[in-house]
Design a protein around this ligand. Structure first.
Ligand SMILES: Cc1cc2nc3c(=O)[nH]c(=O)nc-3n(C[C@H](O)[C@H](O)[C@H](O)COP(=O)(O)OP(=O)(O)OC[C@H]3O[C@@H](n4cnc5c(N)ncnc54)[C@H](O)[C@@H]3O)c2cc1C
Length: 404
């Protein structure tokens, strides 16, 4: 169906080709099956298998490691299309993307060689873990700790929370405390590449002490698992410190904050995708449903809703692409990434709610797709920093840039 915005604005030929391909994949494989997997809360293995075949796990991984070597801008365009299909599908590659970004930017040569080729094919998938039961926004309050043992390994103890892909991932980029006495809390943290057996809850052997409790039950964002992680005497070799022990020890906080910046652009793209789908559903339903002798789309109140939705989507998309392009150009983009994440995730929630209202009582029915979107959209207000935290980031960066 025709959409109100032009999806090809400012795209290179390569970007048009790949986003057309992903849009077709979303239309043919994701959208017709999303309701089933959502209702059953079932991992969409056949869809993920096709994503592996399309190379979507290696979009940003350099060609020398077997990936496509595409930039963040193209990646955000792909994420928009996948999220238009179902945000759980984009969730399956999003933490993987953050993990590969961490490796590409901070990993040692050995770590890149060891993980990136198998990550590019999706053979191993990555998760990333900051949050704990008692903290999410206040990352510096992390309690999970690692201590060096006599044989040079690090022993990790503690509990993590809300880990997307926590069960099926093979490596988890895990932020832990390594120097409890650090004067500034953020200087005492390290990012470990914690390995485990994918799909296994109670790890044994070399991964003993790494347990993944049953997935958390959620309102939406189903199909993809969110789990706790329990580390109880888990041994991690020093070589699994991101960047190596010498370069990476106690550098984890700044590494993770850097990754969150691209993660925010990624969540913004998901907001655009879900908002776009909500608009498409509203455009269709409002021309099918009649009240008072005419299509509801002919009522001005409904047209205003459609207009506001389309306008917000256009703005959110432009902000998201601008943040991605700045990052690709090697320019500072922390402020822009925060703004894009804030605006696009709120636009996602707004558009989904307006579309829900346009659907009247049927929007409340599980027979209609908008019901799933209504449960999925709020996640984007939380992940990679809540709207309140984005405003704090934006305010701080604004003052930094305009100091008098
Ligand atoms: C489905 C799902 C998947 C997730 N996946 C991951 C993952 O893969 N890895 C991971 O590490 N985490 C993940 N998270 C966790 C997520 O990042 C946190 O939930 C988020 O950062 C918020 O933290 P919190 O839930 O502890 O809320 P809190 O930090 O406790 O915040 C509670 C409320 O207080 C507000 N608040 C907090 N501090 C301030 C302040 N200083 N000023 C004003 N308001 C404030 C917040 O905005 C919020 O409204 C996931 C969460 C969900 C729901």
């Amino acid at each position: 169906m025709a959409v109100a915005t032009s999806p090809h604005v400012d795209k290179t030929d390569e970007q048009k080709d790949i986003t057309d391909m992903v849009r077709q994949f979303a239309d043919e494989q994701i959208l017709p099956n999303a309701e089933h997997y959502d209702h059953e809360d079932e991992f969409p293995e056949p869809i993920v298998e096709q994503m592996r075949e399309l190379g979507l796990f290696g979009v940003t991984i350099p060609e020398e490691f077997g990936g496509m070597g595409l930039d963040l801008t193209t990646y955000t365009m792909i994420v928009e299309e996948l999220s238009r299909g179902w945000i759980s599908i984009s969730g399956i590659i999003n933490t993987h993307f953050i993990g590969s970004y961490l490796l590409m930017k901070f990993g040692s040569e050995d770590q890149k060689q060891k993980y990136l080729p198998r990550m590019a094919t999706g053979e191993i998938r990555a998760a990333f873990s900051l949050s704990e039961p008692e903290l999410g926004s206040d990352v510096q309050a992390i309690k999970t700790a690692a201590k060096k043992t006599g044989d040079g390994d690090y022993e990790i103890n503690g509990q993590k929370m809300w880990v997307t892909n926590g069960l099926r991932s093979g490596i988890v980029f895990t932020l832990v405390k390594t120097d409890p006495d650090a004067e500034q809390r953020h200087r005492g943290m390290t990012c470990f590449i914690a390995e485990k057996e994918p799909g296994v809850s109670e790890n044994t052997g070399e991964y003993a002490g790494f347990t993944v409790p049953p997935p958390l039950k959620k309102m939406g964002y189903k199909g993809v698992e969110s789990t706790e992680l329990v580390f109880d005497g888990y041994r991690c070799p020093a070589e699994n410190i991101l960047g190596g022990e010498e370069a990476g020890l106690n550098k984890g906080f700044s590494q993770m904050m850097d990754a969150l910046e691209v993660g925010r652009v990624n969540v913004a793209a998901r907001g655009v995708g879900i908002a776009q789908r909500a608009l498409e559903l509203a455009l269709r339903y409002s021309q099918e449903r009649k009240t008072f002798g005419k299509q509801i789309a002919q009522h001005q109140a409904i047209q205003f809703k459609l207009a506001d939705m389309a306008t917000q989507i256009e703005a959110a998309r432009l902000m998201t692409l601008r943040a991605a392009r700045l990052k690709d150009a090697g320019e500072r983009s922390d402020l822009e990434a925060g703004m894009a994440k804030l605006f696009a995730s709120e636009a996602g929630r707004f558009c989904v709610e307006e579309s829900f209202r346009i659907h009247g009582g049927y929007g409340y029915s599980k027979e209609y797709e908008i019901e799933r979107l209504y449960r999925d959209a709020p996640l984007l207000l939380i992940g990679e920093g809540t709207s309140e935290i984005q405003r704090m980031v934006i305010g701080k960066k604004l003052l930094e840039r305009h100091k008098i």
